[in-house]
Design a protein around this ligand. Sequence first.
Ligand code: 13P
Length: 404
Amino acid sequence: MAALTPTAPGFVEKLVLYTDPSTCPTDALIPVPLADEPAFVSWQQDIPREYLNMSPEELDRRIAFARRQLGTRLAILGHHYQREEVIKYADFVGDSFKLAREAQQQKDLEFILFCGVHFMAESADVLTNEGVHVILPNMAAGCSMADMADPDDVYQAWDEIHEMLGEGASVVPVTYMNSAANLKAFVGERGGLVCTSSNAPRALAYAFEQAEKVLFFPDQHLGRNTGFGMGIPLDEMVLWNFRMPHGGTTPEALKKARVILWQGHCSTHQRFSVEQIEKARREYPDVKVIVHPECRWEVVQAADMNGSTEKISNAIHESPAGSVWAVGTEINLVNRLQVQNPDKKVFCLDPVICPCSTMYRIHPAYLAWVLEALLQGVVVNEVKVDAETRKWSLVALERMLALP
Ligand code: 13P
């Protein structure tokens, strides 16, 4: 319990380690009781206290028991970035697109337990029948990139962009899956759609059939990498800095632009650099470098391949024995790929072991809590999107799901 209190020895140092993106504790992937997680102070606090000091073994036993009892009433969806102690319980594992599809296809069950982050659980709620309860084990599992697109900032930007472009402005909004449901609704209502890293080029192609320009948010890197891959030069993509008046840009730059990129990013993927790729190539001349398209443009250019977590996973699984892979994505997935492919070498480009800090918030204690509550007939941590938001965000999601 000492680790919970801000006065406990070492508390501040540990918290800084976990919250400063330039540092990361290398023991972060070893299972520990919830109370011993230094970052727990900023996670959901109303979990019953009996779960705080349960050992990893006890939690595992209790999760397994509750999961068995719930049987086909429940499906557990797990994103690739989840920890081992959690992903082992997932009935479906995938990238954001695959999990959205799985959610849509779940019909005769009562509960979906989403081991991922809040925007994924919201999308699952929108895509499932009204009667399905979608549960996020830890409600503090958000996404810092999604938070960079505050709805009020987006609404204001939309108005300013139209004012700056003047009469005849032809812009369609496209939102990355990593955004709140109300922004998906905003996009759906204005003829746009959602995209994920596995379908962004097709989503942009659809958007350009609707309008001359695209406002892409929140991830500037996915937008830039996708636009560039489609042949749009960098100087026809303008950055919209939502912290500055008029996005920190000019009407001339906006008029020239085909893509307006929201100035958001993923803190985990921003860590990858061209220097890391050069080092990997020096050490392993035959290495294949594969990165997520949330990495910076120059990193994607220096890599051999880029793609969603599912694409990264498939590329490594399908490669011949003896292959060497340097991977630019979250560490839980990279480590898992090495374990699943013992005849290959798979390593993370970033030498500092740093999990996605919000995916990491799905600690097994939360999983045990919500499952045992369900056994008692109590639904905790349900994610429910209101009817109006649901209507338009469903339109934006369905446009994505219908892409050829
Ligand atoms: P994927 O859709 O590739 O799984 O990416 C989700 C994500 O949030 C990556 O940071």
